[in-house]
Design a protein around this ligand. Sequence first.
Ligand SMILES: [Zn+2]
Length: 477
Amino acid sequence: MANDKKLVEAITSMEEDFAQWYTDVVKKAELIDYSSVKGCMVIKPDGYAIWENIQKELDKRFKETGVQNVYMPMFIPESLLQKEKDHVEGFAPEVAWVTHGGLEPLQERMCVRPTSETLFCDFYARDIHSYRDLPKLYNQWCSVVRWEKTTRPFLRSREFLWQEGHTAHATAEEAEERTIQMLNLYADFCEQVLAMPVIRGRKTDKEKFAGAEATYTIEALMHDGKALQSGTSHNFGDGFAKAFGIQFSDKDNKLKYVHQTSWGMTTRLIGAIIMVHGDNNGLVLPPAIAPTQVVIVPIQQQKAGVLDKAFELKGVLSNFRVKVDDSDKSPGWKFSESEMRGIPVRVEIGPRDIENGQAILVRRDTHEKVTVALSELETKVGELLDEIQANLLERARTHRDAHTYTATTLEEFEKTVEEKPGFVKAMWCGCQECEDKIKELTGATSRCMPFAQEQISDKCVCCGKPATKMVYWGKAY
Ligand SMILES: [Zn+2]
């Protein structure tokens, strides 16, 4: 068994060093590899398969609301990027520029898209003429580039994968409705598929998207008590429409500006899954997103009939995503490898089990073992996957709630942030000066003004003036 333990020993414990634990897990679970391209990563098959499942689930939900997929160019001419002032100021520091085509300098340099609002606006200005052309409900799956100085796998890299939805509507009300609809879609997806509870709310003006009228967000709490913004939905009002001249003639024959939204989720979500559910044995994947839901490990597979039985069981479990590990590694090694990779259920089957018409099921989340009759295997595995999915959400919710604090004075706020990593709920007057001061003093930023408001006190935690909002604060990724 000494040899079998090596894989687990290869990761730092999360209590000792959470950042190192994270890095170890993404490497040892073979989700990514580093690359010669600075600040970028190679997403390996097991990591990409998680992304494919995220895509599949999200895409289905988008389409149910009438969204269609399109594809825009990856380059943005500088003049186009500069049309909306706040937008260009927000993105300029992290934009990558293309200055040459082959050996020839370009007449106008182009950036590699950091986000595609400007391209969609340019397109909508040509494509939208009448109220009959509305709404436009488009989404694209692509990668974007932001020249980050410090990078971490999945959480921050110079190129990352995402989806960006861009819609155009006839009225402000319709745009606001769509903005909230997509935020709720994201929140439901996180909770139902990723087993990750989120706080739904609105960003303060300081934290909102460059060029947006309002930004809504879902915020999740990672195992180390840091927050992670997991998806955002923006209402642009008619600001971009005015900058780009996107007008339509309405039913009353008047020329009007459209109202727009955009919303996105990225490969950061994979980082969130790791940091919400993972443990000291590695990754823990919610069954709904796990590329492999069940691994069958044959015991004494060299003995006659064992491998055949393992593959027969794979057939029995064909409603699930199943793999047989028939490699020549020891069973102990296979066990720890399947744990490292976060596979929700392991089925162990050996000569004695075959004789008794049974198998052993081990769940990844609790390590609990049960013996089941082979005749009941399919039912039991299905039940177990559902239980794991529910338990992971429950566990994450309990963890988040246990790490959510309140503060009514600045002193209490500072002490809480310093001693108890997690969310701090505190009242705020609405002034950016207080937001800045809190960040400067504690390192915590305003995560969101939750839809579910509570009255913790009537005074701003920072300045003591009358409070207007309860805000979730926290240190964030
Ligand atoms: Zn204040």
